[in-house]
Design a protein around this ligand. Structure first.
Ligand code: AP5
Length: 233
């Protein structure tokens, strides 16, 4: 007899195409999927990487991926991919990014969530690079996806950031790596950063990003090693 199986607890019928719930069926009708956090950050750490433009977020993320095998999602990269897609939305994104402003929250969160869900089952951890940049982004992320496990903030002086970005501009090919846009990016960062950080006094770990790449990574490892060990236990 063909017994109908129901997704628990939302009771949407499970077909062959849909793996069982909780959280996996991804059916738009599934109440469970909509309501509950799609990722359990106690088992799959979610690390937010924050810092001003040029503070070394991408550089440190490369090293973190190499050691811990986390999935790296940079909101800047996701947005640049969207721009390359040439969609109608892309034209408006290009203009916003060239002005050094923040793109609308809903769009960034949608891109991020979609990318995270693609990897949710196999990821050892997530590195969310360059998000949140506004207080409301952090709130929306934790409500929609899952609480962040830890927040690593790379701290450096504006002069250092500007110098690094102008150095990178020689070869980056990025439309926003020019003196005028760098000023605007820094202003956007400084306008929002304190408010973002103030929301997470318990999860925030500050690292002096004026040090060498390896010294910074040494501090990153002191933060991540115990978190990874706890998640694996
Ligand atoms: P995004 O691409 O995220 O740019 P960013 O935050 O300005 O940061 P960068 O990628 O330029 O720098 P980084 O910190 O990764 O430094 P890196 O390691 O490359 O965002 C671009 C735009 O997208 C935003 O302006 C906004 O419009 C939009 N956007 C993105 N996220 C958004 C969001 N959440 N909401 C809304 N809009 C969003 O290093 C820089 C240079 O320094 C390199 O040359 C590197 O070799 C060098 N360097 C690194 N570390 C060191 C060190 N310790 N010592 C010496 N040199 C170093």
């Amino acid at each position: 007899m063909n017994e109908e199986r129901l997704c628990q607890p939302c009771e949407v019928p499970i077909t062959d195409k849909l793996p069982p719930c909780p959280l996996q069926c991804k059916s738009p009708k599934c109440k469970s999927y909509k309501k509950r956090a799609p990722i359990d950050s106690t088992k799959t750490p979610i690390v937010w990487i924050l810092g001003g433009p040029g503070s070394g977020k991408g550089t440190q993320c490369d090293k973190i991926i190499a050691k811990y095998g986390f999935i790296h999602l940079s909101t800047g990269d996701l947005l640049r991919e969207e721009v390359r897609s040439g969609s109608e939305r892309a034209k408006c994104l290009t203009a916003i990014m060239e002005r050094g402003e923040l793109v609308p929250n809903d769009l960034v969160l949608d891109l991020l969530k979609e990318a995270m869900l693609q990897h949710a089952e196999k990821a050892r951890g997530f590195l969310i690079d360059g998000y949140p940049r506004e207080k409301s982004q952090g709130i929306a992320f934790e409500q929609t996806i899952a609480p962040a496990t830890v927040i690593i903030y790379f701290e450096a002086k504006s002069e250092t950031l500007t110098k690094r970005l102008l150095g990178r501009a020689v070869s980056s090919g990025r439309a926003d790596d020019n003196e005028e846009t760098i000023k605007l990016r820094l202003k956007t960062f400084l306008d929002n950063n304190d408010q973002v950080l103030a929301q997470y006094p318990d999860k925030l770990r500050r690292i002096n990003a004026e040090q060498s790449v390896d010294a910074i990574f040494g501090e990153v490892q002191k933060i991540l090693d115990p978190i990874v060990a706890r998640a694996a236990a």
